[in-house]
Ligand binder design. Structure first.
Ligand code: PA5
Length: 443
């Protein structure tokens, strides 16, 4: 289960102020729980841990087994934003950093950018491997995944023939509408549905996350169990509720102290994509109406040698939330060297993780001294259950936090602005009127 510690903020805030924000967060908790707030038609994510049928996971396992039988070595997962970040976060957190699991296909992500080099290199890999593809788009109309899918689909059909290619493609999209739905129906692809009442960035526990995570060889039942336990822990309306504490403190730091930037910190590089997933969740949920905390992320100690100077002494608009994994999964002890030329014998016999934990503690203390309030979100170990708990915790806390700020956490009107310009510049049918106007602006 997820624990929250706001103690590293105590030298910056008065307890009475914090209690005031706890009161506001508890009101927001009621709004989220009663479903009475803005965007309340997008609350389906709240019960996913308990109402996802086992048959859905079994269906995903059947695809995994069928593709294993065909000898599939590479699965290209196509999607952008909420349609890939959760799966990527889970797969990177749980996978061996260097060695691929025997009998499990490599998972490569595409459709999250429009870089020609990226796609060309991915297709170089596809030509070396027996390949299958999962294409994910809730709306079914997003340009980046559509471009990647057109290229991968053409390759699969040329390489394996149309009928076999259709068995190597799974689509995850809306139940009824969108170009991807039409295409998948016409081509006879196996299809999973993204529920109407779950927005993209809250969809990791739907087929959007479940299928890629199962294909990568991980235990989705354990992840849902972890999320269900976390849900249970967050149901209590109380000042001790960790989501309420996190939401209250970040709102106080933002509105009361002018801390406009929250950095999600991890001391485990496997969690780099937790930062990416969290940034989308909080950035898209709260960054509206000229309000919102800017979400950033760092991986330490790596980034202490790049971002550390700014965090310690730059503009004091920052606070940090460190996601701590209490126990490393492996054990590595630093050896004794009789020559001690590197002068490291003072660490002989210590675990590397002990050094990591001391680096974390030292960093947190230094950053408090530098004027950067500290929160901590911790789990016991890095496994499917604790990732499920982290996903649920951050989603729930995001709802509470955004409602505390007076923002609808479940829409993203600002994401459309770049698309209109891009479509006009690409001369997409229907955007002709804007094209001339845009061309004048860039001359
Ligand atoms: O959270 C969101 O809704 C967005 O980030 C979407 O996930 C992203 O834009 C991709 O949309 P779609 O799945 O419709 O292609």
């Amino acid at each position: 289960m997820v624990k929250v510690n706001v103690g590293g903020c105590s030298s910056f805030v008065k307890d009475a102020e914090y209690q005031k924000y706890v009161g506001k967060a508890l009101e927001a908790f009621d709004v989220l729980e009663s479903g009475s707030g803005a965007g309340n038609d997008f609350l389906g994510w709240k019960t996913l841990p308990v109402d996802t049928p086992d048959s859905l996971i079994a269906d995903c396992e059947a695809i995994r087994d069928a593709w294993a039988e065909k000898g599939v070595e590479l699965v290209v997962v196509i999607g952008i934003g909420g349609s890939y970040l959760g799966a990527r976060c889970a797969i990177e957190a749980l996978s061996h950093g260097f060695v691929r699991k025997e009998g499990v296909p490599q998972i490569a992500f595409a459709g999250n950018n429009l870089s020609e080099d990226y796609l060309a290199e991915l297709m170089d890999l596809a030509r070396m491997r027996s390949t299958a593809c999962v294409v994910i788009s809730k709306s079914g109309t997003t340009t980046e995944p559509a471009v990647a899918f057109r290229i991968v689909k053409e390759y699969l059909e040329k390489t394996y023939g149309k009928a076999e290619a259709a068995t190597r493609i799974v689509a995850i999209t809306d139940a009824k509408k969108g170009a991807l739905k039409t295409l998948a129906t016409q081509e006879g692809y196996k299809t999973f549905v993204v529920p109407d009442n779950v927005g993209g960035r809250y969809s990791v526990l739907t087929p959007v996350g479940i299928l890629p995570i199962v294909l990568a060889g991980f235990d989705m039942r354990a992840m849902l169990r972890g999320a269900a336990e976390e849900r249970e822990a967050l149901l209590a309306k109380s000042a001790d509720n960790p989501a309420v504490q996190y939401a209250a403190m970040r709102n106080l730091l933002y509105s009361g102290l002018g801390k406009k930037v929250e950095i999600l910190v991890t001391f485990n590089p496997k969690l780099q994509y937790l930062g990416e997933w969290w940034k989308q969740l909080y950035g898209e949920s709260e960054g509206k109406e000229c309000k919102g905390i800017f979400p950033a992320s760092v991986v330490c100690t790596t980034d202490l040698h790049s971002m550390g100077q700014f965090i310690q002494e730059g503009d004091r608009v920052l606070f940090e939330t460190t996601v701590t994994v209490k126990n490393a999964s492996r054990e590595m002890v630093i050896g004794f060297d009789s020559q001690n030329l590197d002068q490291l014998n003072y660490l002989a016999g210590q675990r590397v993780e002990h050094c990591n934990k001391m680096a974390q503690l030292g960093t947190q203390l230094a950053h408090i001294d530098g004027g950067v309030p500290q929160m901590e979100v911790s789990v016991e170990k890095l496994d499917e259950a604790s990732l499920g708990a982290l996903f649920y915790f951050f989603e729930f806390a995001c709802g509470v936090s955004a409602y505390t700020l007076g923002i609808n956490p479940f829409n993203q009107p600002g994401v459309e602005a770049y698309k209109k310009n891009m479509f006009a510049l690409l001369r997409k049918p229907g955007f002709e009127a804007q094209t001339e106007e845009i061309l004048k602006r860039i001359q």
